[in-house]
Write a protein that binds this ligand. Sequence first.
Ligand code: GLC
Length: 599
Amino acid sequence: MSVDSVLAAPAGLARLTGPLTGPLTPVHAADHTPGWWRSAVIYQVYPRSFRDLNGDGIGDLAGITAELPKLAELDIDAVWLSPFYRSPQRDAGYDVSDYCDVDPLFGTLADFDAMITEATRLGLRMIVDLVPNHCSDQHQAFQAALAAPAGSPARDMFIFRDGRGAFGEEPPNNWQSHFGGSAWTRITEPDGTPGQWYLHLFDTSQPDFNWDNDAVHREFERVLRFWLDRGVSGFRVDVAHALVKAAGLPEWGGRADGASSDGYPGHEAPMFGQPALHDIYRKWRRILAEYGPDRILCAEANVDPLPRLADWVRPDEMHQAFNFPFLHAGLDVGRMRHVINESLTSLDSVGAPSTWVLSNHDVVRHATRFGYDGHAPRDGDGIGPFDPQPNEALGRSRAAAATMFMLGLPGGAYLYQGEELGLPDGIDIPDNQRQDPTFGRTGGQRLGRDGCRVPLPWRSGELHAGFGTGANPWLPQPASFSALARDTQAASPSSHLSLYRRMLALRRELRLGAGSLSWLEDWCTDTCLAYLNGTTLVLMNVGHEPVELPAGTVLLRSSAASAQASEAESEWAELAEDRHRLGSGETVWLEIYLGDTER
Ligand code: GLC
């Protein structure tokens, strides 16, 4: 059996012939269905922390436009922009007071248009964040609801209920906020008396919309068109699983956070995964289709168990959904393999690509998470100076290995700004500078997500590591950031940044995003994973001992910093005598050796 016929083999065990041998377990076949997003690498920009051009200590749209050429050099396909809309910034912009305007902190609509123009010139697409579950309490619709009487159409835009108890002094049900405390806040009625309660699955300042009301649907359809008309390539939909709540708002034993399951039979969370959600996204998909085949929707949907994610990306619904189980699998190779198998097989069943992600603005950066042996911090809780500390160098090299493993997988991938620099979380953030509402709402018990949101370092040795030239950054940068600045890394062939560039370029060249996946069983152990994508073999070793590399392969890339300088010099570094082992915490991409004529 030739290598080619093995790669095309149907599910079941096959055996490679030729120099590279061993049983293969095919999971996913190459897929060349049209659709740019199916194999895209999308880079998340968190505007507050990207680049501060106006010197107020907070990043801005003009700063993003100025640095877009650096992102284009990374060989990404698109940028996803976290919220930049008008907002009191109680939840870093996820509390929107006007969905169709830019917050003055970040610039103007003209700055937005200039950014889109520059992105288009560079061949980059722009996706924006849509926050439809809730708005800011300063939104004109919520202010109108507060001023209107109970039972009015203005109140019906949100989820107002009378309280329980003789005087309505108890919240309407037991739901808890994702950020801690009750999910209900009582208002004072316009006549000064204690009044109704409104639901907020997040901060008090983020009232949930009532998606049983058609007026809410119409308003968001208007918002979609507003940004589509301005040239965006799509939307990342914030807490997409929460918009619709179960009728009657029944009590719930679990918390209202993403950790609760909506999937266990008989244990469905009443605020997540309600069937009526899917009609909303079908309607949105039809609206996007009016603008052509290239505009996309990506769900931030915390769905459990994983196969349910397929319901979100059926052919007439969203295009993509974040794969958080992959992020949460850590470096546990058993869990990783299970998640990859489940993702590919369940998404294949509806013809959708998987996505892969390791970091974002809500979790401890993976360069920090992987700096622990054993104890790992809880995502979203943050790390402080009095917690066990990560080993930064270990975390960074394992992060490189994990990213190289991820970027070899078929499907789309999301990167979070700064991970290409191997940035760690900010840990020494004084309590009085912490901004995440999680910190305040839990009385400091959960530090929150500020650590992964620290402003980026651009130039070593400059004020604020080149983030901006004016006021102090809105969160303090760790001392280590200066040495990790982009300019220093750009000049070094063995830097994290250089590795990202080479990985991303080769991923595109080899078309790995549209490729296949088969496990190479002989190299899958308790601490190693090996898969073939086409003729590229991806091998990761998270154990403490080195392992033998398979014979009959050619080294394409290694995640180990020491290997990178020499790789930079030769594109096809034949596996040298001294590189027949895969180090601890290393990933390699190998070409199966097919002979010179077939390469
Ligand atoms: C999403 C965002 C997070 C935000 C929350 C409320 O999970 O990623 O940053 O706090 O929604 O909008």
